[in-house]
Structure formats: structure tokens, C-alpha cells
Write a protein that binds this ligand. Structure first.
Ligand code: MN3
Length: 240
């Protein structure tokens, strides 16, 4: 059985990161004699939050292998790229939300928008999942879902439909548009934040989110997440 303390970042996870960092530092020292890369990286803003559970906490729905790549490589790269793009510019020190708002729709800031929005979207996605999630939503959220979609079951059906019909890379979202709950999908890095919508839940449907575990079976991934991992309490908190 898995213990409840897996909701918090585990000591094992922290140790693993420290070990990776130490290994990287040793490699740099061995090559140049000075930890230039390590020092430069530490001076950048850190936009990568801790994963809210251990890498293997969502297994078997999402394997530690998937989370290792998705969080440790993809999400980290977006976060690192965002920090590098603003380093030494007037935008240094701004929040992801500020960077997203300032770069959205600007042809000369596509790279910053893509990396900042993907960093934000992924941080939101990890919180949209939880070990032993799914099941019945809390009563207050269930009533809102019933009002908007007829039933929780129908919400899940419509959400899965949005997630599986998003052509190519992107995201499916439950959002609040004023008082109304809506399901939307966005392409690539696009995020509901720029449309003035309040995100409540997200599912990543980029292939890197599921390919190691589900290959081309996106619908199986989406339905497994909705049934077993979705974090209704997070949606309710976002609803405020
Ligand atoms: Mn992703």
C-alpha cells in the first residue's frame, strides 16, 4: 500500500535531485575545473516547482518513467528556457503570469510565450492530478458540473472528447468563464489565462504526456486520468 505522505515531495525525490545535481557538477568540474554551468544556472530564476508527489506516485496510470521525462526533462526545459530568455532583461524578476500576459500574441516574443506558458501549464497539470484521485467530485463541485454538463459522467465524456479531438499537441481544460463552467481545448502552449478564463483542471495531450505508457492510445490515457487521477479538490479550490 502507498502511504498518504506521498502527497508531499518525498525525501527520496529530493535526494535523487541532489544526486543528479551532484553528478552534473562533478561532470562540469571534471571537464573544466570550474563549475561555471552550475553557478550560471543557480543565478537564474527558478520557475520549476517541486512535483507535488513522488515520481512513482501516479503509477500504474502514469509510470515513474513518464513522469521522469515529462517533469524532469520537458517541464524542466521549459522552465530553464524561460529563465534564460529573460536573464539580464527588464523582464527578469517577473512572474510567469506577467511574462505570459506580456508576450501573448507578440510575433517577436513567441519563444518566451511558448516557454513561459508551457511552464505554467505543466505546473497546473501536475496539480490537476493526484494519487488515488478520480471517483466522485465533492458535492459543491458536483452540483456545478451537473448544472453545466447534466452530470459528472457527461462532463467526463465531453472532457475526454475535447482531449482526444485536439488535433496535434495541446491541452484540454475545465475553466470558469464568469459563473459558467466550460470545457475548452488549446493548441501547443496556448493557455486559458490569455482569454480571461479561470482554469480549474487541465490534461496535457502532447504525445510526451502519454506515449511511453499508452503509445498512440490517447483516449485510454485521458479516460484513465479522469477515472483514477483527476484532482477534484484542486478544481474546487480554483473555483474559489
Ligand atoms: Mn507536457
Amino acid at each position: 500500500m502507498k502511504s498518504p505522505d506521498q502527497h508531499a515531495p518525498s525525501a527520496r525525490q529530493t535526494n535523487r535531485r541532489s544526486l543528479l545535481l551532484a553528478a552534473g557538477g562533478a561532470l562540469i568540474l571534471g571537464a573544466t575545473g570550474l563549475p561555471f554551468a552550475a553557478r550560471a544556472a543557480s543565478q537564474h530564476q527558478n520557475f520549476l516547482p517541486d512535483l507535488p508527489y513522488a515520481l512513482d506516485a501516479l503509477d500504474p496510470v502514469l509510470s515513474a518513467n513518464t513522469l521522469g521525462y515529462h517533469y524532469g526533462k520537458h517541464h524542466k526545459a521549459y522552465a530553464d528556457n524561460t529563465a534564460k530568455l529573460i536573464a539580464g532583461t527588464p523582464q527578469e524578476g517577473q512572474s510567469l503570469a506577467q511574462l505570459i500576459a506580456a508576450s501573448a500574441g507578440k510575433a517577436d516574443q513567441v519563444a518566451l510565450f511558448n516557454n513561459a506558458a508551457q511552464t505554467w501549464n505543466h505546473s497546473f497539470y501536475w496539480q490537476s492530478l493526484r494519487p488515488r484521485g478520480g471517483g466522485e467530485p465533492p458535492a459543491e463541485l458536483r452540483q456545478r458540473l451537473e448544472a453545466a454538463f447534466g452530470s459528472t459522467a457527461n462532463f467526463k465524456k465531453e472532457f475526454a472528447s475535447a482531449a482526444t479531438t485536439q488535433f496535434g499537441s495541446g491541452w484540454a481544460w475545465l475553466v470558469a468563464d464568469g459563473d459558467r463552467l466550460k470545457i475548452i481545448k488549446t493548441g501547443n502552449a496556448d493557455t486559458p489565462l490569455t482569454a480571461g478564463l479561470k482554469p480549474l483542471l487541465a490534461i496535457d495531450v502532447w504525445e510526451h504526456a502519454y506515449y511511453l505508457d499508452y503509445q498512440n492510445r490517447r483516449a485510454d490515457y485521458v479516460n484513465a486520468v479522469l477515472d483514477k487521477l483527476i484532482n477534484w479538490e484542486f478544481a474546487l479550490r480554483n473555483l474559489g
